[in-house]
Design a protein around this ligand. Sequence first.
Ligand SMILES: *Cc1c(COP(=O)(O)O)cnc(C)c1O
Length: 286
Amino acid sequence: MQRLADDRLRAAGVEVWLKREDLIHAEVPGNKWRKLKYNLAEARVRGDRTLLTFGGAYSNHIRAVASAGSRCALSTVGIIRGEQHLPLNPSLAFAVRQGMRLGYLDRDAYRRKADADVLDGLRAEFGSFYLLPEGGSNELAVLGCAEIPAEIDMDFDVICCACGTGGTLAGIAAGLRPGQRAIGFSALKGGSFLEREVDALQFRTFGSRRGDWRIETGYHFGGYARATSELEAFIADFRDRHGVVLDRVYVAKMMYGTYSLARAGVFEPGSRVVAVITGPSFPPSA
Ligand SMILES: *Cc1c(COP(=O)(O)O)cnc(C)c1O
């Protein structure tokens, strides 16, 4: 936990603490570690020797699965959206160095990646596998993320995290104590679909909605992996003030949104807010 000393927050009467999940592990950091924890245990119980998962060409999840698999003596397959581009970008090159085999699905097939015929095709090509959904968000991932709040050994009122698939928020919200609430910040444009996703993940995992949570959809800065000069300036200023380089795809948007809600008086004076740093900043080229 790292407290932010920041005049703007002081002026808003709010304490903000960073939960540095980015420091969990260099190659399997943050929420990717949380989501894989129980899935890797389950793959071992089932005797599966291969993990297969899906992602975009710059996916942090693909990198994390490749590294975790190699460390756990499991082979890995990454199914990438779109066509192959050579040379591989640094992210996919890293995955291949960890021993990951790559496959590609065109956009139409990728949209149907959970359908039985697509999965049968992948089994025919790669053999049997333990399936991790895109972004790694399934019930076991939600259980892993639900352990985050209990590790914060101080009282807090609000916890903020970034949302891609919503698995992290679904878990964090489920781990809250009464009186605490969670706010997710969509890193994607049109993030209102995330309400249904988080709801569905909580229903599948726990049988009901859990915790007090909501999603902010106005801090996407143009959409997934996009940024504006305003966001870039915020990242640079945050680095100068606090020595933390925020990941521009997810974490910076959450942090900007948290400051903005503080300024708008959304948090009661005296509130203690925890901002979860769900992962590190990889170099822009990676
Ligand atoms: C993958 C990722 C997310 C998205 O998490 P979801 O559980 O998919 O919502 C957020 N932050 C970082 C740093 C990530 O790498």
